[in-house]
Design a binder for this molecule. Sequence first.
Ligand SMILES: [Zn+2]
Length: 296
Amino acid sequence: MTDLPARRLLLVHAHPDDESINNGATMARYAAEGALVTLVTCTLGEEGEVIPADLAHLAADRDDRLGAHRVGELAAAMKELGVTDHRFLGGPGRFRDSGMMGVEQNRRPGAFWNTDVDDAAPHLVEVIREVRPQVLVTYDPNGGYGHPDHIQAHRVAMRAAELAAEPDYRPDLGEPHTVAKTYWNRVPRSVAEAGFARLRAAGASFPGIADVADVPGVVEDDRITAEIDGAAHAEAKAAAMRAHVTQIAVDGPFFALSNDLGQPLFSVEYYELVDGESGAPAGEREHDLFAGVDAR
Ligand SMILES: [Zn+2]
């Protein structure tokens, strides 16, 4: 393709809502700057719990219509972020939400967790070779917090990036492409702790308060290699999170998932570069995920 924007960012996530929580400000920033922002979501989030009582019937243990509903929530969220290229791995409903670790749904045929990485990865190889991203963002090997679909999204993203670069691998899926930089989603421990201190002081409207250990991707501060200040896009991020009506309740700079436990909503987003060259001077954090990238 010759008409691709110069800068191209690919994000791989497990369920609708993960992208807005983790990367909403980053996605809004790069979309506003004219970069191609491509989101690949691996499942429809069919096993999620539902917050609003009037939508509770959608849940998997009742009507089992949550997946289709969350397709609409994701579309609304992407509108808020200005992101037009969002897709589901292998098409909507190809891989099903596996539920939390240890539940019977993990082993269901078609569950994402129950899918061989090398069966899922080609679907992403095709996307990588089509949109040719310089930057890939996904989770760490523990999926940030141990959810099977997040772990699997990490495995599929890392494997697909490797395969996409292989000239001999599936030429029918497009010309080989090497991703220049790969990042994992992170939150510095000091930032998480400060966020919870603000929440305890402010006292949001949620019945309880979560813990630093509940925040995916928390690591010691020195592991952070990039920070994206999304203050200009904080409103868009909050609006995108609110669009995930069944999953997220937002209250000012705080939010809660279905467990009703408040946590801080971060408008600065943090990353750890795990493959590729940092564009920042030694020892400093990058402030642009494309720093040092030759954008052609
Ligand atoms: Zn998720």
